[in-house]
Design a protein around this ligand. Sequence first.
Ligand SMILES: Cc1cc2nc3c(=O)[nH]c(=O)nc-3n(C[C@H](O)[C@H](O)[C@H](O)COP(=O)(O)OP(=O)(O)OC[C@H]3O[C@@H](n4cnc5c(N)ncnc54)[C@H](O)[C@@H]3O)c2cc1C
Length: 179
Amino acid sequence: MQTSSGRIGAKDVVVALGPWSDKVFEPLGYRIPLRAKRGYHMHYQATKPMLSMPYVDSEQGYVVAPMQERLRLTTGVEIARREAKPSGVQLERAERSAKPVFGLGERLDANPWLGLRPCTPDMRPIIGRAPRHRGLWFSFGHNHHGLTLGPVSGRLLAEMMTGEEPFVDARPFRPERFA
Ligand SMILES: Cc1cc2nc3c(=O)[nH]c(=O)nc-3n(C[C@H](O)[C@H](O)[C@H](O)COP(=O)(O)OP(=O)(O)OC[C@H]3O[C@@H](n4cnc5c(N)ncnc54)[C@H](O)[C@@H]3O)c2cc1C
């Protein structure tokens, strides 16, 4: 494989590029429906006594979490093209609702952080052998739970690649389900 730091050869290769994984699997002919659900966060001065735990407002669709001497506001899902410019709408809406309740003060970041949740239609990740390319493996599409699932996905994939007995049934995650 040709990379920016030279040519790299390997017996096995894993595509684990999150919401950008299609840049590799699409040119290889795989039609896997992977889309990004976007979300923002911003940090604020705390103007009230610090929260002791994160708070989820499921009606308004945001999370306020205590960080070191600051509060973080995280938004829900924004449906937009992956490369579309950030929009201030979602964060401003959450901010209006959260500000008076949690005492969010001044914004502390120059710009909101924008992240992408790589999502599949059945909300399950794609983990396993690429059906038509020997030595190619997939591990992406962890939806909203990539931070939580990363370690177990890594273990499952390692077991599949080394021929060990997988610790869970890997069939629900097989790439072929969308082929
Ligand atoms: C707002 C928000 C809230 C979230 N909340 C939670 C939560 O509460 N719990 C939870 O478990 N998860 C959460 N997540 C995580 C998330 O939903 C994903 O599942 C997770 O980030 C996916 O991890 P990943 O490693 O597959 O992809 P990513 O973390 O996106 O990593 C992909 C990596 O590939 C790199 N890359 C892409 N293209 C190339 C290239 N051509 N060359 C080299 N490198 C490349 C990127 O730079 C990136 O580092 C949240 C995400 C967002 C955006």
